[in-house]
Design a protein around this ligand. Structure first.
Ligand code: SAH
Length: 374
């Protein structure tokens, strides 16, 4: 948690805004106006909050209060339409946020594979998914992930998590709630190792920005105690668990976090997770050629997941410098999927998005210097 005085409005909830307004000697209903302007309208600066009297806007400025939106430092546009944003934070650090237009929402883990509820809001895209980061770097050290190579720099604040979404929505000129936007907390970092700030962001995104909980999915590498906590949250996104291996020996090798919380503990938490009506759990499985992609591995996954209200998303490895694994062939991916489907487990193959600009899963590494292939 940050100890410096908070000077950004972004990240404050209604209660905190109320305290701020009252401290300034203004009527408490001004807090709601600030909340609506910052999260609902996504204003860029306090001058744009036209519902407030000029005098109050002036006093906010005198106190050094700003909206505190992160800045878009760089944008890389893939030939598939994906945009990777390098988002600059107040202290000079940066994270990546990815915009994936059109039809990939289901595959990105929002649980709706069909495109039948798509709303066409303009000619460019009908629905989109934003992949959001939760930390600068990551401490989890999964052997196939480029973010791991950064190590952990710091947690993002709640405001910085919400701010990524606002910055991208503003850049793409998205109007809510008319447009269908899904969020996946699957960018840099482990959201459940930044649990309180992540949860605050979820609440602000639901209550302020106007994105329904059912359109959001958080992915965890398996921080077991937080899976239990998350199940008790009154406002929460859907849950995805990065399984990535079919037995403990393999999982410990690929994801050292498995030493702390092994498959037995992880699957117990998954089975105890209180699903809502029509909700399903997602398991993600990164396929690494000749490491975890055999038919035997697939059969072990079936045993793990059997009887659960869950689906499995298969992701063929997105390669990158410093990653010592290979991407399996299409045939092997299909053969793996076939075993799961034959056992009645809904299993989807996630199409990589923006691989050419290093925007795909596991490739986020703050590569400002990268020259996109075109
Ligand atoms: N820390 C969280 C969220 C970030 S990773 C988690 O582990 O779930 C988001 C997803 O990308 C995870 O399912 C992860 O297993 C997957 N992933 C990581 N590196 C990858 C790579 N090189 N190729 C494909 N998927 C990868």
């Amino acid at each position: 948690m940050s100890r410096e005085p908070q000077t950004a409005l972004l990240g404050l909830d209604l209660q905190e805004l109320t305290a701020l307004v009252e401290e300034a000697g203004e009527a408490s209903y001004r807090a709601r106006q600030l909340f609506d302007a910052v999260y609902g309208q996504r204003v860029l600066s306090t001058d744009q909050i036209s519902t407030l009297p000029k005098s109050f806007r002036g006093s906010l400025q005198e106190r050094g209060m700003t909206v505190g939106l992160p800045t878009v430092e760089k944008k890389f546009v893939s030939r598939d339409g994906t945009v990777r944003y390098l988002v600059g934070l107040g202290d000079g650090q940066s994270v990546e946020t990815v915009w994936m237009p059109e039809g990939d929402g289901g595959e990105a883990g929002d649980g709706s594979e069909g495109g039948d509820d798509a709303v066409r809001t303009n000619s460019r895209w009908s629905r989109a998914t934003i992949c959001v980061s939760s930390q600068v770097g990551c401490a989890v050290d999964c052997q196939f992930c480029m973010t791991a190579l950064l190590g952990i720099k710091r947690n993002l604040s709640g405001g910085e998590i919400v701010g990524q979404v606002c910055a991208v929505l503003n850049d793409q000129q998205v109007a809510l709630p008319e447009s269908r936007v899904n969020l996946v907390f699957m960018g840099m970092g482990e959201p459940f190792l930044n649990y309180d700030n992540f949860m605050k962001a979820v609440r602000l995104l639901v209550e302020g920005v106007g994105i329904p909980e059912s359109h959001m999915t958080v992915s965890t590498a398996g921080i077991v105690p937080r899976i239990y906590d998350f199940g008790q949250e009154p406002v929460r996104s859907k849950l995805a668990i990065s399984l990535n291996a079919s037995n403990d020996e393999l999982r410990t090798r690929l994801m050292p976090i498995n030493k702390k919380w092994n498959l037995e503990k992880l699957m117990a938490a998954a089975r105890a997770f209180p699903l809502r009506n029509r909700e399903r759990l997602t398991f993600e499985y990164v396929l690494l050629a000749e490491v975890n992609d055999s038919i035997r591995n697939a059969r072990e996954v079936v045993e793990l997941v059997r009887g659960m209200r869950a689906k499995v998303n298969l992701i063929a490895l997105n390669p990158g410098p410093g990653i010592d694994f290979r991407t399996p062939s299409e045939e092997r991916v299909l053969a793996f999927q076939k075993v799961l489907v034959a056992s009645g487990i809904p299993t989807f193959i996630r199409r990589p998005r923006g691989r050419d600009i290093y925007a795909a899963c596991g490739q986020l590494k703050r590569t400002a210097e990268l020259v996109p292939l075109s």
